[in-house]
Write a protein that binds this ligand. Structure first.
Ligand SMILES: NC(=O)c1ccc[n+]([C@@H]2O[C@H](COP(=O)([O-])OP(=O)(O)OC[C@H]3O[C@@H](n4cnc5c(N)ncnc54)[C@H](O)[C@@H]3O)[C@@H](O)[C@H]2O)c1
Length: 286
């Protein structure tokens, strides 16, 4: 029987991303910021990429003050040349790249239904949500392979797995991001790339909080199997796991992380209330 490696008593346990370098997009806020913090905790050096200059500068400064190797990169992920250049800068500064978290995306308020959504909103959504991941992979994978391989986590969305009342461009294009993940897992798995996607439900990030004020998030919570609303840090823990060698047997998956919303039928809370009302009626009648 194989012996498990023993760590001497009192010795520090190396983090799960010890000596790894990670490139995180959308790192100034929400899920990307939480992911960056969790990766630093696990020992990674981080390149923090975001279009929000003051946000990434502040985060890089804070993490550096606490002893981390953290680079701020001002980047619009929908600009392929800038993506390519920023990878080169990150490798020059950090010496290597082992992990990509391709996370940046955004929606538009005029993304509603197929009749009303302007065609240019689709083009925008395609550039920002799909082509940003395509270029992140196209120009990032060679850097990972140069170091012998690595892990990639893509932030997709549960919104790509079902129909909804609005945000048709965002949702249907996130489905494409999840599919892209599977293709890359097949084409590059044996070369040493392990790629997976996280598919969050509602996460109370600064970005989502503006779109989901309390009455709306309370309505979502009714469809969860817990009252607790998901926080960016919850997603970050899954991202760190998928970015680490611990995830070596998980490949090309789209992992739902939505507080139980997707495992229930659509009528679940309504049905639960109807059953409770019926039982109360029977009890009263008895
Ligand atoms: N919050 C949710 O409920 C939820 C649910 C499902 C999926 N997601 C996905 O999670 C990811 C992160 O979202 P979040 O909720 O943390 O949002 P957020 O708005 O809090 O953070 C997004 C970050 O991306 C950056 N960004 C936006 N456009 C960019 C661009 N062109 N180039 C570089 N950076 C850019 C923003 O400046 C911001 O810092 C997105 O891919 C989003 O689609 C979020």
């Amino acid at each position: 029987m194989a012996q498990s490696a023993k760590i001497p008593e009192g010795a520090a346990v190396p983090g799960r991303l010890h000596e790894k370098a990670a490139f995180i997009t959308g790192a100034a806020s929400g899920i990307g910021e939480a992911s960056a913090r969790a990766m630093v905790r696990e020992g990674a050096a981080v390149a923090l990429a975001d279009i929000n200059e003051s946000g990434v500068l502040a985060l890089a400064e804070e993490l550096s003050m606490r002893g981390a190797r953290a680079l701020a990169m001002v980047l619009d992920v929908s600009d392929p040349v800038a993506v390519q250049t920023n990878y080169e800068i990150a490798v020059a500064e950090l010496g290597r790249l082992d992990v990509l978290h391709l996370n940046a995306a955004a929606g538009r308020p005029d993304d509603s239904n197929v009749v009303d959504t302007p065609l240019e909103a689709w083009e925008d959504a395609f550039r920002l949500n799909v082509m940003s991941v395509v270029t992140g992979l196209k120009y990032g994978i060679p850097h990972l392979l140069a170091g012998g391989g690595g892990n990639i986590v893509v932030t997709s969305s549960g919104g790509g797995e079902a129909g909804d009342h609005s945000r048709i461009a965002y949702g249907s294009l996130k489905a494409s991001v999840t599919a892209l993940t599977r293709y890359v897992a097949v084409t590059h798995g044996r070369a040493g790339i392990n790629i997976n996607a996280v598919l969050p439900g509602l996460v109370l990030s600064p970005g989502a909080a503006t779109q989901f004020p309390a009455p709306l998030s309370a309505a979502v919570a009714k469809h969860q199997t817990t009252d607790r609303l998901t926080q960016p840090e919850d997603i970050a823990e899954l991202v760190v796991f998928l970015a680490s060698d611990d995830a070596k047997a998980i490949r090309g998956q789209g992992i739902r992380i939505d507080a139980g919303v997707s495992i229930q039928g659509g009528a679940s809370p309504t049905l639960a209330q109807a059953i409770a009302d019926l039982q109360a009626g029977v009890a009263e009648g008895a």
